[in-house]
Write a new protein. Structure first.
Length: 193
């Protein structure tokens, strides 16, 4: 599950980039599921229409095979969110969602399944969905997300499932930081003959 403390921290783009990295760089099969049922954006970023999605599966019983979108990127598929809903946390913790996660895990054991989920401090979706996933990645926006928000978010999530953080939108480091972490360039000396 990829989530953030608050909106605007870049969790959806991070989810897409992570899926692309696994598919392209590591040659792994990846399925990206838009589980932010209040504000689906993955299909917009990837540039395709989203007429059906996860909400159709959860509410209407639409077969999974009718929801999987082939992105044109080798080894990467997507399930869009579908229509927006307000009772999203109930849907994400429903028996039908539990069955879907179990099916996605067992159908292709070598495939990574990434779920883009709504921010933790805005709605209860991430807390409702957290018990179903193996691990959680928290996206933090540099210079924007407060330490208090990060601590509050971590207190609401199961600590044993938090895999780590993605620090997003980092500005160019200052000269002091560059000099500390990066070796200084050696000046070229002219040889005299």
């Amino acid at each position: 599950m990829i989530t953030s403390a608050l909106p605007g921290e870049g969790k959806t783009l991070t989810s897409i980039n992570l899926a692309l990295t696994f598919a392209k760089q590591y040659n792994q099969t990846v399925m990206l599921v838009d589980s932010d049922l209040r504000q689906q954006k993955i299909h917009e970023y990837l540039g395709y229409e989203s007429s059906k999605g996860l909400t159709d599966y959860l509410q209407s019983g639409t077969p999974l095979k009718d929801l999987i979108v082939w992105t044109g990127i080798e080894k990467m598929t997507v399930i869009s969110g579908g229509n927006t809903v307000t009772a999203s946390s109930e849907l994400l913790s429903s028996p039908r969602m539990k069955d879907l996660v179990k099916e996605l895990k067992s159908r292709y054991p070598d495939r990574y399944v990434l779920f883009d989920v709504a921010p933790v401090l805005v709605v209860a979706d991430a807390m409702a969905f957290a018990p179903l996933v193996d691990c959680i990645v928290l996206v933090v926006r540099a210079g924007s997300t407060s330490i208090a928000d990060v601590k509050q978010t971590l207190a609401l999530l199961p600590p044993e499932k938090v895999l780590g953080f993605v620090l997003n939108r980092v500005e160019e480091p200052s000269k002091e930081i560059k000099g500390y972490y990066m070796p200084k360039k050696k000046e070229k000396t002219k040889s005299r003959m």
